[in-house]
Design a protein around this ligand. Sequence first.
Ligand code: DOR
Ligand code: ZN
Length: 409
Amino acid sequence: MSILIKNGRVVDPANKIDAVNIQAQAATIIDAAGKIVASGIIDIHVHLREPGREDKETVASATAAAAKGGVTTVLAMPNTHPAMDCEDNIKLLQGIIKKSALVNVLICGTLTKERLGQELSDIAALKKVGALAISDDGCSVDSDTLMLEAFKKAKQAGLLTVCHCEDKKLSGKGVMNLGFNSTRLGLRGISNESEYKRVSRDIELAAKCGAPVHIAHVSCRESVDIIAAAKKRGVKVTCETAPHYFALTDEDIVDYDTNMKINPPLRAKQDVAAIKAGLKNMVIDAIASDHAPHTENEKDIEFDRAEFGKIGLESGLAISIMELIEKKILSWQELVNVLAVNPAKILGIDKGTLSVGAQADLIVIDAGKEFILEKKSIVSKSKNSPFIGRRLKGLVEYTIYNGKVIYQG
Ligand code: DOR
Ligand code: ZN
């Protein structure tokens, strides 16, 4: 069955198109007058929680949330139970995806067995079974020699290494950004240094063996500077940030809202400015949600004891429109680049464009539509969003995956 989307403003930076589309004949017609038509979002940092923590989220619930948020491809992070550290576990997840995924789910394997940072996973085997990248996300490998070995093996296997950059010796028992606000709230701080020192180390190790490296969830200004300098000297480094790192600061934790407890933490104003500048000047390649669902039991407790993480699949586009388009930081073309075109390039997948003949993964967005993010309307199994109750702007009207309408707003 064919679908015609007519009268929409097509934003397709890969083909240098920004124009109102023409008319033709089709079985289903979607009138997108006044709307944006773009590639489906490719979100390269998503915690699906299945297998193991189906009380937080499942492949079915996460991909339904993705569809609502305009996301048609996700890269599933490997910190599940069991972790994605061997062929059997990846096959288990692939079986679940086959049965219950509503959007394209790609799998990230682990760098080390059980993500313990002690012994490398069989990286070639992970590639063979279909992993798209490897990461110990949630943890960083402390040993320089083991990390160098991982980069070498990943390069041999043709896999991208995704780095969660955190020196635990420095971040310790911190729960929020280190600074005036952590002191004022009486909470232990996490320094910028605990992130950027590890960014620097991982880039150096990757450069040493010529392996590509992707830095996950960049949150602070020094990390942006280090990545910019590495790119300048030709290192194969890419990176992502998340909407909360350009929409919120540590000042927003005024009332100990644990939905704002995230790792890396919400930083200071200067960091937000650096993240926005990094998106503008293309040092930051991608926006990913770092969708990290947690149950109420794990969040509705003291700040110190609450889990790190927030959901983001359903709010990422609106936050990006409000903070980047409305505030004139990025053009629509530039936004689609960081949401779809570049993430596809990072993963080496043939998506992110509206080229003739490309798989029809696309979204229709009403960029001016306002809505209040309500807990009861959240599709994700977990409701840990710091934006609940806020007025957001930019609503997905249709999500089309592989030529089929999978969500209609
Ligand atoms: O806030 C976070 N939550 N940061 C991470 O690195 C892991 C994630 C999770 O899995 O909950
Ligand atoms: Zn992480």
